[in-house]
Design a protein around this ligand. Structure first.
Ligand code: PDD
Length: 282
């Protein structure tokens, strides 16, 4: 497997970073995850814009222009043996003696690699997953795609420990997002999505779902969603580049709706799969 590190494409085993890299020592960096279908990166410009937003959020100058990023990413994609990829991009504040203050004149570390993209099978989609809820105890800048994911990891593990797939987070009585996904709810045929804010990462999949809903006349409300609304919802979904649209069929041990993926989840997954074939792979 070829990876990219600081200007070079090289085998994974040869990609080495100093232990003083601020990504390793402080988690001082940001990342992106771009799904690649048939060797075509999906919404690369949007991902690169989100990366720029994350870099601005941590006051780190972007080491590459958009055209340069695009070129490097396309080269990395071409080097892989597999067509559907999950492409990870990480930029850290570089290598420097440990000191909280930003180092001066230090080049950021840029690392990228691609793994085979593994999405859910139709059987898994038909079964849905269970989730648990937890208080969102992260910081207040969740719109930054920071590599320091300790809170998300601990929150996700609460679900894993009880055999579930995701932790649905609630802050001050309102839905924020999943530990590594966005969360939608459905009530009486209306799709409910939390409004983008600093309290969540606005997923590229989240945007696609809202676009597909608008294009196909699915009534949608983008607004604050209370815990009570989540618990009384007919459907709850998690969405991400890798999970796509996955129905949550049980929450904290209680059935969501009928306890099986609901009609709108199945419709949206169908629309998403068609979109993938006709637009993402085209
Ligand atoms: N994470 N919210 C959080 C906290 C996430 O980590 C993710 C995705 C999303 C959904 O974003 P998108 O639709 O662009 O994938 C929302 C990726 C998959 C990850 O960290 O592996």
């Amino acid at each position: 497997m070829s990876v990219y590190l600081d200007g070079q494409f090289l085998p994974l085993a040869e990609a080495k970073v100093s232990v003083l890299d601020r990504g390793f020592v402080f988690g001082d960096g940001v990342y992106e995850l771009v799904p690649v279908y048939s060797k075509k990166p999906f919404r690369l410009d949007e991902h690169l814009r989100r990366l720029q937003g994350s870099l601005d959020g941590i006051r780190l100058a972007n080491p590459h222009g958009m055209a340069e990023w695009r070129d490097l990413i396309l080269q990395l994609i071409a080097l892989q043996a597999f067509a559907d990829q999950s492409l990870y991009i990480q930029v850290t504040r570089g290598v420097a003696p440990r000191d909280h203050a930003f180092p001066k004149d230090v080049a950021p570390t840029v690392f990228m690699f691609a793994q085979p993209l593994v999405t859910a099978t139709p059987e898994q989609k038909a079964a849905g997953v269970c989730a648990v809820t937890a208080v969102d105890n992260r910081w207040l800048r969740c719109n930054i795609k920071a590599i320091s994911l300790l809170a998300n990891i601990l929150l996700r593990q609460q679900a894993i420990d009880v055999g579930c797939a995701e932790t649905v987070m609630l802050r001050d009585g309102f839905l924020t997002e999943g530990a590594a996904s966005n969360i939608f709810a459905v009530k009486n045929g209306v799709l409910l999505a939390p409004s983008p804010s600093n309290l969540m990462l606005t997923g590229i999949t989240y945007d696609v779902v809202l676009e597909l809903a608008a294009a196909h006349g699915i009534p949608t409300e983008v607004r604050a969603i209370s815990e009570a609304e989540v618990r009384a919802a007919d459907e709850v979904w998690m969405t991400s580049s890798t999970k796509e649209i996955m129905a949550i069929v049980a929450l904290d041990g209680a059935a969501v709706g009928a306890g099986v993926p609901g009609p709108l989840a199945r419709q949206m997954d169908g629309l998403y799969q068609t979109f993938k074939q006709q637009v993402m792979r085209a």
